[in-house]
Design a protein around this ligand. Structure first.
Ligand SMILES: [Zn+2]
Length: 154
């Protein structure tokens, strides 16, 4: 076990540290940004931080394809309890536990509200390879809007 190698686990905000955390956040190369540029390069048009008003939830996907109704969330491993990197027992569990549980509950509520409204939801973990994530999103997009070039002969 090498606990020092996990980049996704922040420490709780103590007065002296919150400034530090903000600096770290800004400096991070965001997988989200990489995925966006890959989608853009593939000719996909999307909205960023598009807030939806749905029954029971107001989700704000990181990337939204409003015509195809595909919502993409790029979830941080720690904040959204990724099965590989989230929820390390004993690591600040008392402080973060309830917060993280609320995050996950909100994620699931958003998924359900989006699905009920006819949206496809793609959730990408920040640890995923951006190329593969972008390919996955494009596959969902293409499946969500088949034959958009015109009527299919049938
Ligand atoms: Zn992860």
């Amino acid at each position: 076990m090498t606990p020092s190698s996990d980049p996704a686990t922040p420490t709780p905000p103590t007065p002296g540290r919150s400034r530090n955390m903000a600096a770290i956040k800004r400096r991070d190369t965001k997988p989200e940004r990489t995925i966006r540029s890959l989608l853009h390069a593939a000719g996909k048009r999307y909205r960023v931080d598009y807030r939806l008003q749905l029954e029971g939830a107001r989700p704000r996907p990181d990337i939204a394809f409003t015509r195809a109704r595909v919502a993409v969330f790029v979830d941080g491993c720690f904040w959204h309890c990724c099965p590989e990197h989230g929820r390390q027992p004993g690591v600040n569990g008392g402080y973060w536990g309830p917060k993280l549980e609320r995050n996950v509950a909100r994620d699931r509520a958003a998924d359900e509200a989006l699905a009920a409204a006819g949206w496809s939801v793609v959730r990408v973990w920040e640890h995923e390879d951006p190329d593969r994530a972008a390919a996955r999103i494009i596959a969902v997009l293409d499946a969500a809007a088949p034959g958009s070039q015109g009527p299919r002969a049938g």
